[in-house]
Write a protein that binds this ligand. Structure first.
Ligand code: SF4
Length: 254
């Protein structure tokens, strides 16, 4: 059986019910797991993948959001810039990526989402393309959105948060439109993890990479550059509280 991230998250939810998350034992076990799984997580990718914010901001306000969306000013992905980035990436990769995830913030806030989908599919015809959403706006999406998802083979994934949304209705809408739908944490519990940041930027990057659960996976496309989420959006945090103390060596987006 393939050990998926969802499986690991489910096991983690059970462990947390037995061992408190803020205990030394839990932290010890967590880092031991990260060390043991590092080899597997850090294997060189055969295909590139990327996430892209359709909107930096969100219609939820989660305390542990590592994309800093609750404090982000309104900012939408520009269609022209995205097209240019896709074009260049397609030239560099031969149009083959593992997957593209359209997310945010909340991606469904972008009124031009169907154009973004068409552009992604145009340059990456064989790539798995998905939308990752909190699902709140799905019941309000127009018929042309569902049609576009079906015609461009887009998979919608909902991360279920503790807010009231009618999952049965959404499943019905997706089924009717013949759009693939997955619901994460439908029964379980969505967890956020502390992500310690070294304000001076003096940590050993190799160790930080090894200890990051998202290493080698969380690759974000922003303004023509690819980097991890925290680095991509650190300007949002810095605009509210300037945590980067190290000048050139401090946390910054690059
Ligand atoms: S729903 Fe997702 S993007 Fe929005 S605030 Fe929560 S964690 Fe951040």
């Amino acid at each position: 059986m393939a050990v998926t991230r969802q499986f690991i998250n489910d096991v983690n939810s059970i462990v947390k019910k037995i061992i408190p998350e803020n205990s030394g034992l839990y932290r010890f076990m967590f880092f031991a797991f990260m060390r043991l799984s590092a080899g597997n997580r850090l294997k060189r990718r055969s295909l590139l993948r990327f996430d892209v914010h359709l909107a930096d901001h969100c219609n939820l306000n989660c305390k542990g959001c590592d994309n800093f969306s609750p404090i982000a000013p309104k900012r939408f992905l520009e269609q022209e810039a995205f097209e240019n980035d896709c074009k260049r990436l397609a030239e560099l990769t031969g149009g083959e990526l593992e997957d593209i995830c359209l997310l945010g913030g909340e991606p469904l806030l972008h009124t031009g989402i169907t154009e973004i989908i068409k552009t992604a599919r145009k340059y990456f015809p064989k790539t798995e393309i998905g939308i990752l959403t909190n699902g709140i706006l799905l019941p309000k999406m127009e018929a042309d959105f569902w049609k576009c998802c079906r015609e461009h083979d887009i998979k919608i994934t909902i991360t279920k948060y503790p807010v009231k949304i009618d999952i049965s209705l959404i499943k019905e809408l997706a089924k009717k439109a013949s759009v693939r739908l997955e619901v994460l944490y439908e029964e379980g519990e969505r967890s956020f993890y502390y992500k310690p940041l070294n304000k001076k930027g003096k940590s050993r990057s190799k160790d930080s990479f090894k200890n990051c659960w998202y290493a080698n996976r969380c690759i974000h496309l922003r303004d023509g550059k690819l980097s991890c989420a925290v680095v991509s959006y650190i300007d949002i945090l810095n605009n509210v509280i300037n945590i980067s103390e190290g000048g050139e060596g401090g946390i910054r987006n690059c």
